[in-house]
Ligand binder design. Structure first.
Ligand SMILES: Nc1ncnc2c1ncn2[C@@H]1O[C@H](COP(=O)(O)OP(=O)(O)O)[C@@H](O)[C@H]1O
Ligand SMILES: Nc1ccn([C@@H]2O[C@H](COP(=O)(O)OP(=O)(O)O)[C@@H](O)[C@H]2O)c(=O)n1
Length: 653
């Protein structure tokens, strides 16, 4: 399975241009297709769901073209029902294509088959089918009654009078009926049965129908009158707003990660209900500023979001973002009236509860609510995304909690926001890592410790982990070449680093600081470090040292394997003779016996082993600054590295 590892983030600030709204894009495409005249659509969303709609329209005889590589499309309307009278349409997992097309095709007098991905076949459509059957449509659910796939056959449509449709499972059923009924030319009243959910989406539908010339009469949220003789007419040019649901991730990032983060493409004048996500964030204490076409969010004055108890029925999609934002609130948070989550791309209530728990949260899950209580500290987790773009996008925010987050199947964001993770990287600032790699006795430990102290950053001496493993192997009588045996020791190594001391044992009761520096441990470390299973066992443990405000990590593969995304990389080296001399001096000072000739030979052997091993060999990376200290003292080396950090990793030479 593909995955994306997000490092712990320090904070978020900046600005993002939003992709077009999915809800508006697919509605406008259908309306433009059914309308008289040509429609120029600007800033259309390019994503899987929109692709499904475009393909379907082409198959149904609608001529459209994209202007070059732009987001501008021209659609030649057919001025009534679809001209192509047979078709087999695959609509993926695009609810915004499946539901409205079902209604429009049922009233088009042809024979059509509509299907989607397996999850689409688990998402209910019975309420819409029932409503269309009242109008005389001939629709068969070919697998399970009430669910796609569907088989539509020509039938005598009897419009007029009253059609009843349930509004409490998905508002898309009402949207689909509203958009299709003008095809009949007869005044028809729709009566909504049950409490209509997600009302703002109906507002988008009515607003866009009006732009295409059809004014629907409205009595509360219970009755809608589609006028007789109404026809869709192209308004000429339509601009698609930025996606307000997609805006929620960035606004939340600003509220959690300091901010300000600005989204461009939606604002005060937006017709999308999800802009009200900004109001919800405001209730959590976030500082929100609105322009006509932008919204900006920053953290509360006190830094921490307030716990909340909110009815989120009006913003079901953006509300998912609040479930993750709850990890940053100062108490238990309740998300109410979100039953529609259960019939979306996945059962979002169950999925959300499962994944939030992986991060350590306590979650109570109800039929139509969630209660989320954050843990004292988030724990790193691999998040499953259930082929649900919003799961992937909202869990990226957990990385602002200072822990690593792995997003499985990150490409699922293509449904609505193919460039999501690039946009997130534009505003989220990773905890900085300075990776110092180089051969033995080049001065990595000395330089790294001093730089870490000067910057106030954490320090990882990765070599000591391999030394500890070697020590543990010797103690347990496990041979250095017994890969599985040594890896098992490495995985369960009970070690702690405290104030320059290295402590071993369950109760961290044995101080092994000096013991692991012995030549036996040095040789052993170099041998066990060759074993891939040992390196794998130590991978996550090393990554967990990355914490605010920053980390200085030294070893052999800090820049290549452990922190390949480190913004600061140094390759520290010196001639073998200079290094052997330093090691000699170091040992003599410690009162240990040392022989220059043996040291040089041993060091050259270790250099060769480190450089030649197939897994994580020691190499100078192209993006690492070279620091040769053969002719430089410690102060000069430290100054070189600090200067590099000051320049954000760009070496001057
Ligand atoms: N640039 C330098 N010039 C001279 N001696 C150095 C320099 N850098 C480090 N040393 C000394 O060399 C010895 C080995 O350095 P150390 O930091 O332990 O290397 P490493 O971590 O790369 O094995 C230490 O005694 C250290 O004081
Ligand atoms: N990131 C790292 C760090 C150390 N090592 C190995 O672990 C051994 C001990 O590392 P160290 O940094 O304490 O060694 P010295 O450079 O101090 O001799 C080295 O000889 C390397 O073979 C590694 O493979 N990868």
């Amino acid at each position: 399975m593909e995955f994306l590892d997000l490092p712990p983030m320090l904070g978020a600030a900046g600005s993002v241009r939003l992709p077009g709204s999915k809800s508006i894009s697919n509605r406008v495409l259908l309306l433009a297709a059914l309308a008289e005249g040509e429609t120029d659509i600007r800033d259309l969303l390019l994503s899987d769901d929109v692709e499904r709609m475009l393909e379907a329209l082409r198959a149904l005889g609608v001529d459209w073209r994209r202007e070059g590589d732009s987001l501008n499309y021209r659609v030649c309307g057919v001025g009534g029902p679809f001209p192509v009278k047979t078709g087999d349409l695959f609509l993926g997992n695009a609810g915004t294509a499946f539901r409205p097309l079902t209604a429009a095709l049922a009233l088009s007098g042809g024979e059509y088959r509509l299907s989607g991905v397996p999850r689409m076949h688990e998402r209910p459509i019975g309420d819409l089918v029932d409503a269309l059957r009242q109008l005389g449509a001939d629709i068969t659910c070919t697998a399970n009654e009430g669910y796609p796939p569907l088989h539509l056959k020509p039938a005598t449509i009897r419009p007029g009078g009253v059609v009843r449709v349930r509004g409490d499972v998905s508002s898309q059923f009402l949207t689909a009926l509203l958009m299709a009924l003008p095809l009949t030319g007869v005044e028809t009243t729709i009566e909504v049965v049950g409490e209509l959910i997600s009302k703002p989406y109906i507002r988008i539908t009515l607003e866009l129908m009006a732009r295409f010339g059809v004014q629907v009469g409205q009595q509360g949220w219970e009755r809608f009158v589609v006028p007789g003789g109404a026809r869709y007419r192209s308004p000429g040019t339509v601009f698609v707003e930025g996606d307000a649901s997609s805006a929620s991730y960035f606004l939340a990032a600003g509220a959690i990660g300091g901010g300000p983060v600005r989204v461009e493409g939606v604002g005060r004048t937006s017709i999308q209900g999800d802009v009200r996500f900004a109001e919800a964030l405001e209730q959590l204490g976030a500082r929100i500023t609105l322009g006509d076409n932008w919204i900006e969010a920053a953290a509360p004055a006190g830094g921490v979001l307030k716990a909340f108890d909110l009815d989120l029925n009006h913003i079901p999609d953006a509300a998912m973002t609040l479930a993750v934002a709850a990890l940053f609130a100062d108490g238990p948070c309740r998300l109410r009236n979100i039953a529609s989550w259960r019939v979306k791309e996945t059962d979002r209530i169950a999925a959300m509860a499962t994944e939030l728990r992986k991060l350590g949260a306590e979650v109570e899950e109800g039929a139509d609510y969630l209660v989320v209580q954050r843990p004292p500290r988030l724990q790193p987790a691999a998040i499953d995304t259930y082929d649900d773009h919003r799961m992937a996008m909202c869990f990226s925010l957990a990385s602002l909690g200072g822990c690593r987050v792995r997003i499985n199947d990150p490409k699922c964001v293509n449904k609505t926001f193919p460039g999501y993770f690039e946009a997130f990287a534009q505003v989220a600032r990773p905890v900085p890592v300075l990776a110092i790699d180089g051969p033995s006795a080049s001065g990595k430990g000395t330089v790294a410790a001093r730089v870490a102290e000067t910057l106030g950053w954490h320090y990882l001496d990765s070599g000591s982990l391999y030394r500890l493993v070697a020590l543990a192997a010797m103690r347990a009588g496990v041979a250095f070449d017994d890969e599985a045996g040594v890896a098992a020791l490495a995985a369960g190594l009970p070690a702690r680093f405290e104030g320059g001391r290295v402590l071993l044992g369950e109760g961290a009761d044995r101080d092994v600081t000096d013991e692991i520096r012995s030549e036996a441990c040095s040789v052993g470390a170099s041998k066990v470090a060759v074993l891939p299973a040992v390196r794998a066992a130590l991978l996550d443990r090393q990554r967990d040292y990355r914490a605010a405000p920053g980390l200085v990590a030294e070893g052999r593969d800090m820049g290549s394997v452990i922190f390949p995304d480190a913004g600061l990389k140094v390759f520290l080296t010196a001639s073998a003779e200079a290094r052997a001399e330093r090691r000699h001096k170091q040992l003599i000072e410690k009162g240990l016996a040392a022989n220059m000739e043996n040291l040089l030979k041993d060091l050259q052997e270790r250099d060769a082993r480190d450089a030649a091993r197939p897994v994580a060999p020691l190499v100078k990376l192209p993006d690492a600054a070279l620091l040769d200290t053969t002719q430089r003292d410690v102060d000069e080396a430290v100054a070189f590295v600090l200067d590099l950090v000051g320049r954000g990793g760009k070496s001057s030479g």
